[in-house]
Structure formats: C-alpha cells, structure tokens
Write a protein that binds this ligand. Structure first.
Ligand SMILES: Nc1ncnc2c1ncn2[C@@H]1O[C@H](COP(=O)(O)OP(=O)(O)OP(=O)(O)O)[C@@H](O)[C@H]1O
Ligand SMILES: [Mg+2]
Length: 221
C-alpha cells in the first residue's frame, strides 16, 4: 500500500537542511501504524508526502503500486480520491455547514442524494453531532470541528486513512470513541496511519509504530 525507499524531504532550495532523511518503510494493505515523534520531528511532513500534497526531494514513494514521486501531476487527483485525510488544522470549508462538509466526498463520487442524506446523518450521529448538522464551522467548538473533519475523512470508506493528531481537541471518552471508529474501518480493510502525541490512547490500542526523531525513522522501518 505504502512503500518509502530512501526518501528525503527539504522544503527549501537544494542545500537547505532535510526535514525528513533516509526514510525506509512499508505499510501493507490493511495495516495500521501509529506515527510518533516529538513536535517538529516531521510527522505532518511525512503525512503530506503520503497524501501527495508534496513530493519527496529524493528517494521513491510508492502508493497503491504507483510511483508517486514520478507520476504525472494529472494522475494525482485519482490517487487522492482513495485517501481520507484528517488535517491537524481541520481545513473545513468555512461557507459549508457541518453536514455539507461531510457530504463533500460523497458528492464528488456522485452518490445518489438519498444515500448521501442517510450516510452523512448516520456518520454525524456516530461522532455525536446530530444536533449540529446545519452549523457552520465557525459556530462549532474545536472538538466539534475535529469530529466533523474525522467524519469527512472516513465517510467515503477510503483505501487509506491518514489522520494527523485526530484526538488533539477531544476529551478521552471522545478520543476512545473515535479510535473505535478508526479500528472498525481498519478491520474492514482500510490502511491507517495516525500521528499522535496521545500516549494513553497508544497504550490502550497497541499497534506497530513509525517513530520519527529529527526527521529520521528510529523505529518501524
Ligand atoms: N512549509 C514548511 N516550510 C519550511 N519548513 C517547514 C514547513 N513545514 C514544516 N517545516 C519544518 O519541518 C519540521 C517538521 O515539521 P512537521 O510539521 O512535519 O512536524 P510535526 O512532527 O508534525 O510536529 P507537531 O507534532 O508539532 O505537529 C519542523 O522543523 C518545521 O519547522
Ligand atoms: Mg504536525
């Protein structure tokens, strides 16, 4: 599903420091990986590579059997549609209601309206937001926005789910509920990578981890 070989990433010009260095790891289809490391270690940067927002400066990154580092730009949207992303800063569309934000991936996939209505309502009920369907993101608390972002990432049953600190704004019972949702999706076949600082959550859900330290993989490679 994911294979990184000798991947390096720098944001600046040639010669600037590499933020990620010599990454070698693979995540099999249906696998689950925690992504761990101190603040600034490179977790979000690695996730950006995996959702194809940026390309590695060197090395190869294969996703779904495609060489993502070299694939033509025009082929990227098709790959991205198979990936659900929970962004660290949510990135909800500010002019759309909670319902419409979550519905977006289903509308892009041209699902019938009746199916969109029932799937989105059910998903928002699951994350405890049935009463807030019509609220705009600005009218929601941080934890509520995070739950909308999670619902949007998983609603279309992606092949790959990438979640960046998905419990950062949630209390422990909500974080636990979210983990149950993610594990259920994983059990049904979705490959999952979750970046987190929540040690209690990791301890309750033991799974293999990719651990970064200053841009290098110190375990999980
Ligand atoms: N767009 C950018 N341009 C230049 N440097 C960047 C950019 N984004 C991140 N960095 C740098 O890359 C390093 C890794 O950042 P990254 O956001 O990947 O860390 P992180 O592990 O996700 O941290 P956190 O736990 O705080 O979210 C940091 O030193 C950061 O300053
Ligand atoms: Mg980050």
């Amino acid at each position: 599903m994911i294979r990184c070989e000798g991947v390096g990433l720098r944001y600046g010009a040639q010669g600037s420091a590499e933020i990620l260095r010599d990454l070698d790891f693979a995540v099999p289809e249906g696998g689950f990986r925690w992504l761990l490391g101190h603040s600034g270690a490179g977790k979000t940067s690695l996730l950006k590579l995996l959702y194809l927002a940026i390309r590695p400066s060197r090395g190869t990154l294969r996703l779904f059997g495609t060489d993502a580092a070299r694939a033509p730009r025009a082929s990227l949207p098709r790959l991205r549609r198979r990936i659900g992303v929970v962004f660290q800063d949510f990135r909800l569309l500010p002019h759309l209601s909670a319902f419409e934000n979550v519905a977006l991936p289903l509308r892009i996939a041209r699902r019938p309206e009746a199916e969109v209505r029932s799937d989105v309502s059910e998903m928002l009920r699951w994350v405890g937001l049935s009463g807030r369907l019509d609220a705009l993101p600005a009218e929601l608390s941080g934890g509520e926005q995070q739950r909308v972002a999670i619902a949007r990432a998983v609603i279309a049953r992606p092949s790959l789910l990438l979640a960046d600190e998905p419990t950062g704004n949630l209390d422990e019972p909500q974080a636990e509920r979210l983990m149950r949702l993610i594990r259920e999706l994983n059990r049904l076949g979705t490959t999952v990578v979750v970046a987190t600082h929540n040690e209690a959550l990791v301890a309750r859900h033991p799974a293999p981890a990719l651990a970064l330290d200053h841009g290098r993989l110190v375990s999980g490679g």
